[in-house]
Ligand binder design. Structure first.
Ligand SMILES: C[S@@+](CC[C@H](N)C(=O)[O-])C[C@H]1O[C@@H](n2cnc3c(N)ncnc32)[C@H](O)[C@@H]1O
Length: 325
């Protein structure tokens, strides 16, 4: 599957899992696709649907996609903007990044948001307590060289086209508001922040949020799929077997990097939890049993050998260690 990549970047982006999610969704019948936690939108823009309600508590993500929808931002404008601003960045040897960051934090312009997303450190999205973007510069003054500007322009054009031919509603709201709007024929794809991650102004998550999300989804009677993690080499996500114990579970191995060093490559089992059976899902109790018996946690066919980092005795996995992401 050729994945349509959005122009905005974020640490929680699901680009590498889109194919898996899409394949699982293919055979499910639903009227409307709903995402309470849109993020970059990579899942929403790649899964087939007739209609979508896409929400996020981060106003800048929603403002960006609304600006594409209203054609306030076009790929032509993006090319012009990034070319001019990119030249200023180069001339200033990178200092201009901080001028754009200050400008964005007072004016909230979606084009500045795109500029920051594509020139900040590691494509991260992070806001301070006052809601100000606070990620430092990636330290590449030549960041907006012609090839990258063309790449971003094409990404903007592809997503703008997708939005213009589809039936998309974007809303900047808390997930609890989205829960109130759910209908029984919706298919809800939920990708909330992982518990235990650092707190960010638009992106924090507590146990109470997890419980509220669970209640909201179950009460809505809609079909739902929730993205979470099952285990890494240190820990197992206990919420999968408590809060989400009624759900079917499908898993896939995934690798993520800590920093730039290739050696810091960590394996994790990603999970899709759902109130309906997915193509390769098993019941929650079967997964629990597999873990207790130290059997494979993978429900998807193994592409390569099962990651050695993950095949640890369960007791060792219980030992405290960092949570993923
Ligand atoms: C893991 S990211 C989603 C990533 C997305 N699936 C992607 O591939 O780009 C979680 C998103 O939830 C949003 N979020 C955090 N707390 C929220 C809340 N209480 N209500 C709505 N959205 C929230 C964050 O702003 C973030 O964009």
């Amino acid at each position: 599957m050729k994945v349509l990549v959005p122009p905005i970047k974020s640490q929680g982006i699901k680009t590498k899992l889109v194919d898996w999610i899409s394949t699982n969704v293919e055979t499910i019948e639903f009227d409307r696709w709903v995402e309470p936690f849109l993020g970059t939108g990579v899942v929403a823009f790649n899964v087939k649907h007739k209609k979508a309600l896409l929400c996020d508590s981060n106003p800048h993500l929603i403002a960006f996609y609304k600006a594409l929808q209203s054609k306030e931002i076009t790929s032509y404008l993006v090319r012009e903007f990034l070319t001019v601003e990119g030249e200023k960045l180069l001339k200033s040897n990178g200092d201009y990044y901080y001028e754009v960051r200050n400008r964005f934090n007072s004016e909230r312009n979606p084009l500045d948001f795109l500029f920051l997303s594509r020139s900040c450190f590691n494509g991260m999205m992070r806001f301070n307590r006052k809601g100000g973007f606070n990620v430092p510069f990636c330290r590449k003054p030549q960041r907006f060289a012609k090839a990258l500007v063309t790449k971003i322009t094409n990404q903007v054009e592809n997503i703008a086209q997708k939005i213009s031919i589809g039936d998309y509603t974007f809303k900047n709201q808390d997930f609890m508001e989205t829960m109130k709007e759910l209908k029984s024929k919706d298919l809800v794809y939920s990708d909330p922040p992982y518990i235990g991650r650092h707190v960010d102004y638009f992106d924090s998550w507590s146990e109470e949020d997890e419980l509220n999300l669970n209640c909201g989804l179950i009460n809505s009677k809609a079909k739902f799929i929730l993205s979470t993690w099952l285990s890494n080499k240190y820990r197992t996500n206990e919420y999968v077997f408590s809060v989400w114990k009624e759900c079917f579970i499908s898993t896939k191995e995934h690798f993520y990097h800590l920093g730039a060093n290739e050696k810091n490559r960590n394996a994790i089992y990603e999970a899709l939890l759902s109130n309906i059976e997915l193509k390769d899902s098993i019941s929650n109790s079967e997964m629990k049993q597999r873990i207790e018996l130290n059997k494979s946690r993978l429900t998807t066919p193994v592409k390569f050998a099962e990651p050695a980092q993950l095949i640890l005795p369960f007791e060792q996995q219980q030992a405290s260690g960092p949570s993923p992401k």
